[in-house]
Design a binder for this molecule. Structure first.
Ligand code: DGI
Ligand code: FE
Ligand code: FE
Length: 215
């Protein structure tokens, strides 16, 4: 590789990847080095909870593990660094993400999962992209990661956790809806600006639920 190529690559031109590693074991070690101990603990909890949900709902267990291991991989980067990565790699930043940069780690994490950790699977990359806000018409893996992020064993803040954890293994869609509802209630109460995508996801699943005869 010429010096020019290397420089271009560093700047993100051509969107080449840095390396290819993708077994859950390798990713676990990398995340242990990358993340703060508490975040790593949460990451392991999400990975194994997602794998357990994958078992329950006949989803791909390895994909669930990998999505869980990498979902917060950008969390340790400063906000400045995350904005820089977006700029360099032409990742669109929404108005909501501009205002609340804490939302940005999902998109940046998805990019790094591809660029730095060698993940090519679209389902895994999308699940990471949407793990904070959700999105209408979520795939099974999106739902599994979203729910696992909320119920993993180290979480202890959210209301109704015991019921939500039980429900996750009984009715994934109902559980997803209740998490969305509780999250919106929490964001409203704390006067945090709601990302339109979070609102759209909630509206979509509320309508789906009503179609299914629930009020
Ligand atoms: O990264 P985690 O801490 O594991 O959790 P997360 O990816 O769900 O996101 C972190 C925070 O983002 C969490 O406190 C909930 C919050 N969040 C979710 N939807 C919205 C939101 N924050 C804002 N400002 N607006 C949203 O719509
Ligand atoms: Fe997150
Ligand atoms: Fe998380």
């Amino acid at each position: 590789m010429s010096r020019k190529d290397r420089k271009e690559l560093k700047k993100g031109k051509g969107q080449k990847r840095e390396k290819t590693v993708s077994t859950p074991m390798q990713l676990r070690r990398l995340m242990e080095k990358e993340l703060e101990p508490k975040r790593y603990q949460h990451t392991l909890g999400v990975a194994y909870t997602a794998a357990a949900l994958a078992m329950r709902y006949n989803a791909d267990m390895d994909k669930a593990l990998i999505a869980g291991l990498l979902h917060d991989c950008a969390k340790n980067l400063s906000v400045e660094k995350q904005f820089r990565i977006c700029g360099r790699h032409s990742i669109a930043v929404s108005a909501a993400e501009q205002k609340n940069p804490a939302l940005l780690h999902a998109k940046v994490g998805s990019f790094l999962a591809w660029h730095r950790y060698g993940i090519e699977d679209r389902e895994i990359l999308d699940a990471i992209s949407w793990h904070t806000t959700g999105r209408p018409e979520m795939r099974l893996l999106d739902k599994i990661l979203y729910v696992a992020d909320y119920i993993e064993p180290a979480r202890n803040q959210a209301p109704n956790l015991p019921q939500t954890r039980k429900l996750a293994f009984e009715d994934l869609d109902e559980c997803l809806f209740l998490i969305l509802r509780d999250t919106l209630a929490y964001l409203s109460a704390s006067k945090t600006e709601i990302d339109p995508m979070t609102q759209q996801t909630y509206d979509y699943y509320r309508a789906e639920r009503e179609k299914g005869g629930r009020q």
